[in-house]
Design a protein around this ligand. Structure first.
Ligand code: SAM
Length: 321
């Protein structure tokens, strides 16, 4: 397909799974394995046995794009997880505190779930919904390998979840990463194959075919679902924050969805200070577009991504990080 022929080379991003190892321990192990820290080279030009630390997210490291990690002991023992930098923004921005109760609304295969679990230090609880049974099984396998103990997988349609169900009465944080067109996905074919899982289990597979097939009607239908899912998240009685993300570059699934959701209710607003260190903000399509986050693959060395953090008006306050 076109988007693969015109590929931008992304470095190989790995997230240190802080439930299993510290960043320092992983770096020590890489050095022991003969890797060297390279602080100067442009991320897309990294070569050989080198690595860099990320400037924005402390638990992210980057390696050369062609590095083969599938037999790397750090991957096999769950110390590192292959995950694009941008796909680590949602859990980082949501920053759910220890002992909180969360929902990951569209969770499988669980990369963001295990990140959220690590952010919470394996405390509290994450209800991880997905309506696809096969993918939810992969989530169970992956989060187990990652050492997560605070996740309850739930098979089902998030839109059908009863917000008054007593099981969800203490839910304060929601991560919502719904199906999208995948139009922000870039990279070589081999980048798209997630080495955490077999190719058949890969999240990106769906996204790649989705990107190729993206049509106006499909994007419109996705945008409709995305807005519904955000508004449903707002209905949980104690929810304080909802982070919404896509790996789409289409405004229809990003800024437009956010604007529609803001116009449809008054209780939730965009957090005024989400991820202030990140300078690439939303397309200037509405007043508060600088409150949302975008990535640009050719400049940010990660997939094309969009993040919006909503918070309940009554609890509106500067958010960290
Ligand atoms: N957050 C995941 C991660 O980081 O590993 C990736 C999620 S993927 C973009 C979207 C997921 O939403 C798919 O697994 C799909 O099965 C699920 N999904 C789509 N519609 C849903 C719905 N109405 N309720 C629950 N899950 C849904």
């Amino acid at each position: 397909p076109e988007h693969i022929r015109n590929a931008i080379v992304l470095p190989r991003w790995v997230r240190v799974n802080t439930l299993v190892a510290s960043v320092d321990k992983v770096i020590a192990k890489l050095l022991e394995m003969g890797y060297a820290e390279d602080t100067d080279t442009e991320p897309s030009q990294l070569k050989g046995k080198t690595f860099q630390r990320d400037k924005h997210i402390p638990e992210m490291l980057l390696l050369p794009s062609n590095v083969d990690l599938h037999a790397n002991p750090l991957l096999l023992n769950g110390s590192i997880i292959i995950q694009d930098k941008a796909s680590c923004f949602p859990a980082y921005v949501l920053n759910a505190p220890r002992n909180s109760v969360c929902i990951d609304a569209c969770a499988a295969p669980g990369n963001k779930t295990s990140h959220l679990s690590a952010v919470m230090g394996n405390t509290g609880k994450i209800f991880a919904f997905d309506m696809d049974k096969r993918r939810l099984t992969i989530l169970q396998k992956m989060t187990k390998r990652a050492g997560c103990k605070n996740i309850e997988p739930v098979l089902g349609d998030f839109l059908e979840v009863k917000v008054t169900d007593s099981r969800y009465k203490d839910v304060e944080y929601i991560l919502l990463d719904p199906s999208c067109s995948g139009s922000g996905i870039v990279g070589r074919m081999d980048h798209l194959i997630d080495q955490n899982t077999s190719a058949a289990e890969n999240e990106s597979e769906e996204d790649v075919s989705a990107a190729a097939a993206a049509s106006e009607a499909r994007v419109a239908a996705l945008a409709d679902f995305q807005a519904k899912a955000i508004l449903h998240g707002f209905q949980f009685p104690r929810v304080k924050k909802v982070v919404y993300s896509t790996c789409s570059k289409h405004r229809e699934e990003n800024e437009d969805v956010v604007q529609n959701v803001l116009a449809a209710q008054t209780e939730f607003v965009l957090a005024p200070n989400a991820f202030p260190q990140w300078t690439r903000r939303g397309l200037p399509l509405f007043d508060e577009a600088d409150r949302v986050i975008r990535t640009e693959p050719s400049e940010d060395h990660c997939i094309g991504f969009f993040v919006a953090l909503f918070e309940r008006r009554s609890s509106a306050q500067p958010t960290a990080p």
